[in-house]
Design a protein around this ligand. Structure first.
Ligand SMILES: Cc1ncc(C[n+]2csc(CCOP(=O)(O)OP(=O)(O)O)c2C)c(N)n1
Ligand SMILES: [Mg+2]
Length: 343
């Protein structure tokens, strides 16, 4: 397929106005993936309805998307979208929601939309906090993370929101990050084509608030790429072959000191070490070894090293977790109305 210039997408799909997103926000990336998915599927713009609630992520479609949008109240996008879809089941109905909007105040609407298996695609932007209102704790904030309302760390455990949607009955469930744009675009295409409730969680960067959360002291302009690299480092894709001959050394204090000590041990070995960001363990030393008999224990005993952790520890699983056909709500409602003697 011919590669289309960026201009093509912005002219056709985006309303021309200043962006309200902070520099480096992941919301623009998600909008980009969405319009590419629509374009590849050749869905006519007048057949699409985007519905959103309140939050930065709610601004992905409204006012940016050049089609019909419905900007509703906090947590209620799925309720409005359900009404619109039942009234006009030909509409490709897409809900954009945040982790606060969709997993906290709107959590009940989410589980019941999933249970009904109504033909709505929901894209939940998980930036791990309530970004719009100042970066407060959300039900998706990881244990120990610092937010505006948990300055000493989050005492709670987070929801696995994709797991929740799957357990509630969603018939298409996936999780990606803003680093995985090709997979995300492909997944949005699958979700739009899917007849039933499709749910995609997208782990997204919010340089403004994740700076505190991940204790990153770089200037803000360096943060988007750093957080994206961290997403890549801290995730794995279900079913994809993995290279597993590496470990992370969690430093006792300074990762630079740990790297120096580790590098001294690695002299003459076919092994590389570098400092990376890890969502579970902070700044750690990643050690990639090609040695068949690598003596990992020697490294774990170093003065500056607290412990070694394996490749998959505390990583977030990505992929398509559910994809099945099941009775869809608007179909069953239409049958019911017919049986009852209606239209
Ligand atoms: C009924 C109601 N309660 C609270 C608010 C304040 N409020 C606005 S946005 C928001 C959080 C949004 O968080 P999230 O859904 O994660 O979106 P993000 O901004 O992170 O993309 C809150 C609590 C509101 N607008 N309405
Ligand atoms: Mg959020």
């Amino acid at each position: 397929m011919a590669v289309k210039p960026l201009r093509y997408y912005s002219d056709k799909y985006i309303r021309n106005q200043p962006s309200a997103f902070c520099v480096g926000c992941g919301d623009g990336t998600i909008l980009n993936c969405f319009v590419r998915a629509l374009d590849e599927l050749e869905v006519p713009l007048d057949k699409v309805l985007c519905v959103s609630g309140i939050g930065c992520s709610a601004w992905i479609p409204s006012p940016n998307f050049n089609g019909d949008t419905l900007h509703t109240t906090h947590g209620r996008a799925l309720a409005f979208a359900t009404g619109a879809k039942v009234f006009n089941s030909d509409l490709t109905t897409v809900v954009f929601t945040g982790d606060g909007d969709g997993a906290a105040i709107g959590g009940n609407h989410l589980i019941h939309a999933a249970r009904r298996n109504i033909d709505i695609t929901t894209i939940l932007v998980n930036n791990l906090s309530y970004a719009m209102t100042g970066g407060q704790i959300a039900p998706t904030t990881h244990h120990g993370e610092r937010t505006a309302t948990s300055p000493y760390g989050n005492p709670e455990r987070p929801f696995d929101i994709a797991g929740l949607a799957a357990a509630a009955g969603a018939t298409y469930v996936a999780r990606w990050t803003t680093y995985h744009v090709l997979e995300l675009t492909r997944s949005i295409k699958e979700a739009l084509k899917h007849h039933g409730f499709s749910f995609i969680e997208v782990l997204s960067q919010c340089p403004t608030h994740q700076r505190r959360m991940f204790n990153m002291r770089d200037p803000v302009y360096r943060l988007p790429s750093r957080i994206l690299e961290m997403f890549s480092e801290s995730t794995y894709v279900r079913g994809r072959t993995r290279q597993e001959n590496y470990r992370y050394a969690v430093p006792k204090a300074s990762p630079e000191n740990a790297l120096e000590e580790i590098s001294n041990v690695l002299v003459n070995l076919d092994t590389e070490a570098k400092i990376v960001d890890h969502m579970g363990f902070g700044r750690v030393v990643r050690i990639d070894s090609k040695e068949p008999d690598m003596e990992w224990a020697n490294i774990s005993r170093l003065e500056a090293v607290d412990r070694l952790v394996g490749p998959l520890e505390e990583k977030v699983e990505l992929g398509v977790f559910v994809k099945e056909e099941m009775l869809e709500y608007t179909d069953s409602l239409r049958d019911l109305i017919r049986t009852a003697g209606g239209i």
